[in-house]
Design a protein around this ligand. Structure first.
Ligand code: ADP
Ligand code: MG
Length: 377
């Protein structure tokens, strides 16, 4: 009979790492969030072979202090959070200190970094699989940090094969995620490049460090898309649930505001927007399936022939939701989701009704259907 024994530390580390870095999107997400947390105003993302060979994120942020080199990729090392109590006051993306440690377990990972007083010299840091610092070299480099991930999942062969098989689709998903970060991050210049075979560093898209999300959307999706959008500006108010009252929330009601842009609810030629829907909580991109459903249903009651372009940032107190639900932090639990959704439904219908009546005549006449869609609800 087989004896029961503990799994080797190294294997445990790899298994756990596979829960933080689940796919190509999680690699890009973790690295970009680190750059944003470091106060970067320029972020360049470079792929080789759609990310299979290399995903590299270069920023002009704070750089890493030499005294942290030893610890940076050790599990649960973070400069952003020191106790669990800090979690509710969190304003950075990262807080678990798991991403770099996981990347060391799953790929060949190295960092080049310089703080302002070090440039034009920088340090290249190489790490062991465990996250331990292996060696440090002085190289040329500007202020900021470049994190390079080569051969992702090479130590999890089944996952690597899956990724190779689905790389086109996975790469497409990463681009969508990068679009979301690029659109929401005002004042940050994004550029994304890919090298496939001999075609080197093809610019996939870029933004100009704009001051508004509108301009970011125009950079990413084009002026034509922008012209088909109306502002999304909703103030949702509702009574807090019993559970929120119990945890001592002394506010009379919760308030959540939604800021962003959405397709005008009118069907017509030349008004087609790409079928893109981006949701954020306090500027953090995340999937909000129930909220997406609410938006689509409300929109469909005005326009059955097209699904809307949605860019919606839900802004609320940090104690109104919990990001600590899944290891990859993609799921967000909004405590009062049900009450909020009811309020959202009403507000969306009001917004669409108003927009519906204010369609510029030129645009109505320019479309084949000269009268705006069927009214419902
Ligand atoms: P977390 O972001 O949860 O703190 P990570 O494993 O992603 O954990 O990063 C570990 C630490 O490495 C961060 O707390 C930060 O101090 C440092 N770091 C990582 N990436 C960067 C970067 N691009 N610029 C500056 N510091 C960074
Ligand atoms: Mg991080």
């Amino acid at each position: 009979m087989a004896t029961i024994k503990a799994i080797e530390d190294r294997s445990v580390h790899q298994i756990q790492s596979g829960q933080v870095i689940v796919d190509l999107c999680s690699v890009a997400k973790e690295l970009i969030e680190n750059s944003l947390d470091a106060g970067a105003s320029t972020i360049e993302i470079r792929f080789k072979n759609n990310g299979l060979d290399l995903i590299e994120v270069q920023d002009n942020g704070s750089g890493i202090s030499p005294e942290n080199y030893e610890n940076i990729a050790l599990k649960h090392y973070t400069s952003k959070l020191s106790s669990y109590d800090d979690l509710s006051r969190l304003h950075t993306f990262g807080f678990r200190g798991e991403a770099l440690s996981s990347l060391c377990a799953l790929a060949n990972f190295h960092i080049t970094t310089a703080q302002a007083n070090q440039a034009p010299r920088a340090s290249r840091l190489d790490f062991e699989v465990s996250g331990k610092l292996q060696k440090t070299q002085i190289v040329a480099g500007q202020k900021g940090t470049t994190a390079s991930v080569e051969g992702i999942f090479k130590r999890l062969p089944v996952r690597r094969r899956e990724l190779e098989k689905n790389i086109k689709r996975e790469y497409g998903k990463v681009l969508n995620l990068l679009h979301a970060y690029a659109c929401i991050s005002v004042g940050v210049r994004f550029s994304v490049k890919n090298t496939v075979g001999k075609t080197k560093n093809v610019v996939v898209f870029s933004t100009n460090g704009n001051r508004t999300t509108r301009e970011n959307i125009a950079n990413v999706y084009g002026a034509k898309t922008l012209s088909a959008l109306i502002p999304l500006d909703l103030d949702l108010e509702f009574d807090p649930s019993a559970s929120m009252k119990k945890v001592g929330n002394d506010k009379k009601s919760n308030q959540i505001v939604v800021r962003g842009h959405i397709s005008r609810p009118v069907f017509g030629e030349g008004r087609q927007t790409p079928d893109r829907q981006m949701f954020f909580v306090n500027s953090r991109p995340c999937g909000l399936p129930q909220i997406a459903k609410t938006f689509n249903e409300a929109y469909r009651s005005f326009n059955v022939s097209q699904s809307p372009f949605i860019f919606a940032d839900f802004q609320m107190d940090t104690d109104a939701y919990d990001v600590n639900v899944s290891p990859d932090k993609r799921q967000i639990l909004i405590h009062d989701a049900a009450a909020m959704i009811e309020s959202l439904k009403t507000s969306l219908v009001e917004l669409f009704e108003a927009a519906d009546q204010t369609v510029p005549q030129s645009q109505v006449l320019g479309s084949k259907l000269s009268t705006p869609k069927q009214q419902a609800l």
